[in-house]
Design a protein around this ligand. Structure first.
Ligand code: AMP
Length: 545
């Protein structure tokens, strides 16, 4: 028997309509280079998203067509998130930090019909335009006065397009399983692959972000978006903020410590989200400038994901900012939020020290996501916090395949997706990542966690960042090599660092050698580029043998 409750498809357009009606007082603050902060409300975003949708339709875009963006965090990008998906087209957020060949590959693979871009990317767009076969229109996300000088074919102006429409469009009633947006994975091996989100998966994921044991996003929050909106579908934040009525700071490309601190202070930010490297930059700025975040800021929680949160970063937030870190794990394929390290009732009385320890783990699944561990032969492993295995995931906002079937079937017979991550899960359900499968160090048949070693090293006051890779060893097959970037003006020797690590990890985990480097390479999404490091240092042989 079918029940008798109303059925309304879960659509992205309903989020912005809701925000415009119910959360009129919330603010969207955008920082653009060389201009004062731009302020608007969800009412403005909703109106302009409709105008934009009309404009996109007028360009001949139909439901299901892909519309690309190459842009930093700002209100126009936010309008595209709602306008493009709302009218039934697919928003494809392109990562402009990728190599130009990769950008051309994914724009062509996605068959983007239109490409919206920030004026700062005009030289890149001009260079690539000829290779972007499917793109019929290039739209500079600015007004007439600031149009780029570069020679770009079929160039249009965002404000002209939006201004020419009256905003009377009715959002189409789509199937909630329709594609809403497209994001390509970083593609460390092979070609980048497209993850195609649906309206339904996006709304369910947004609801999770607003749950208390999600990110607890609410109408009392001001979010600082320290992760680019082109990374993993903006972590679902545009949708979660519209749903909950949270205000947002969209910082353009200003993700250096000084800009973040200033914005957090002025805008009374309560919650922020980003990868560890961004937070290291902020904390370094605070340390070198002798700032007083406890007095200046009112930030309550910082969500860290994308790479493991180093203990030292969590500690500094706790002790110097009076801010709780919420460690989370996810990937492009998981929308991205899949686990969060929220505490349980039994953790109510944890000391700061114990809370920091809890945040070493990537957390528990919310309703809607399931995880399990298997060994190399697919046998399920216990959730005892000890057994280390391949992390498998399934759920309402997990990918079922890649765009245009790239890479073939990605689920096993029971619908599980192999994340490529290696992890433990404890009896309370807290999952902890030890490595990417390809980054594991297999020493004499045992696994050494490069992440655990890196995080321990970053706890040393002279270490800015550390990376651990496997090097070949005659007896043990592989042994760890540690590459260390010192903090500016600080000095630490190999012997001192090994001594520091000695009581933090098992003795047989200690790196066979430590090399000091000027710089560590990062991917376009802020992760350590281990493949490049293996190419550069994989042949290294410690002098001691
Ligand atoms: P991407 O799809 O580019 O966001 O990359 C997803 C991958 O980032 C995951 O499979 C993990 O290897 C890594 N990752 C994400 N969050 C964390 C975290 N909190 N700790 C460790 N690794 C993480």
């Amino acid at each position: 028997m079918i029940g008798l409750m109303q059925h309304h498809p879960l659509l992205i357009s309903s989020l912005i309509d809701h925000a415009a009606k119910v959360h009129q007082g919330a603010e969207i603050v955008s920082h653009m280079p060389g201009a004062p902060a731009h302020r608007c409300s969800y009412v403005d975003v909703a109106r302009r998203a409709r105008q934009l949708a009309q404009a996109v339709k007028a360009l001949g875009i139909r439901e299901g067509d892909r519309v690309g963006t190459m842009a930093w965090n700002g209100y126009r990008h936010l309008e595209l998130f709602f306008g493009v998906s709302g009218m039934g087209a697919v928003l494809h957020t392109v990562n402009p930090r990728l190599f130009p060949e990769q950008i051309a590959y994914i724009v062509n693979h996605a068959e983007n019909q239109v490409l919206f871009f920030d004026v700062g990317f005009a030289p890149l767009v001009a260079m690539l335009a000829k290779q972007l076969n499917s793109v019929r229109h290039f739209v500079a996300m600015t007004d007439r006065e600031h149009m780029p000088d570069e020679a770009i074919p079929n160039l249009l102006c965002y404000e002209d397009l939006v201004g020419a429409q009256d905003g009377t469009l009715e959002w189409p009633v789509l199937d909630e399983r329709s594609a809403s947006s497209l994001c390509y994975t970083s593609g460390t091996t092979g070609n980048p692959k497209g993850v195609l989100y649906t309206h339904r998966s996006t709304l369910l994921h947004a609801s999770l972000a607003c749950m208390t044991d999600g990110m607890a996003m609410s109408a009392r929050d001001m979010l600082f978006m320290a992760s680019p909106m082109f990374h993993v579908n903006a972590w679902g934040m545009p949708y979660a903020c519209a749903l909950s009525g949270a205000s947002m700071v969209l910082p353009g490309s200003g993700l250096d410590g000084a800009s973040i601190y200033a914005a957090m202070k002025t805008e009374r930010v309560t919650v922020a989200l980003g990868v560890p490297t961004v937070w290291m930059g902020l904390q370094q700025h605070v340390a070198t400038q002798g700032l007083k975040p406890r007095e200046d800021l009112c930030i309550e929680r910082v969500l860290i994901g994308g790479a493991a949160a180093p203990r030292a970063v969590v500690e500094t937030f706790a002790n110097e900012f009076g801010t709780r870190v919420l460690h989370a794990w996810g990937m492009t394929e998981t929308s991205p939020l899949a686990t969060l390290a929220n505490p349980l009732r039994k953790h109510r009385d944890l000391t700061t020290e114990q809370y920091v320890t809890l945040q070493a783990k990537q957390g528990r699944v919310p309703y809607g996501v399931q995880i399990k561990l298997v060994d190399d032969h697919g046998k399920e492993l216990p959730h005892d916090g000890q057994a280390v295995g391949h992390l498998l995931v399934r759920g309402h906002w997990i990918a079922s395949g890649y765009f245009r079937a790239e890479g073939g079937a990605i689920l096993d017979e029971e619908g599980w997706f192999d994340t490529g991550d290696i992890a433990t899960i404890d009896a309370d359900g807290y999952m902890q990542i030890t490595d990417r499968a390809k980054d594991l160090i297999k020493s004499g048949g045992e696994w050494i966690s490069s992440i655990a070693l890196e995080n321990a090293a970053v706890g040393h006051p002279c270490v800015a960042e550390a990376a651990v890779i496997a090097i070949a060893h005659d007896k043990w097959q592989e042994r760890p090599l540690m590459l260390v970037m010192r903090r500016p003006g600080k000095d630490v020797s190999k012997e001192e660092l090994l001594g520091f690590l000695a009581d933090k990890v098992a003795s047989w985990w200690l790196p066979d050698d430590v090399l000091f480097v000027e710089e560590l390479p990062h991917t376009a999404t802020g992760k350590l580029q281990k493949m490049k490091l293996r190419q550069m240092y994989g042949g290294h042989r410690p002098s001691s043998g």
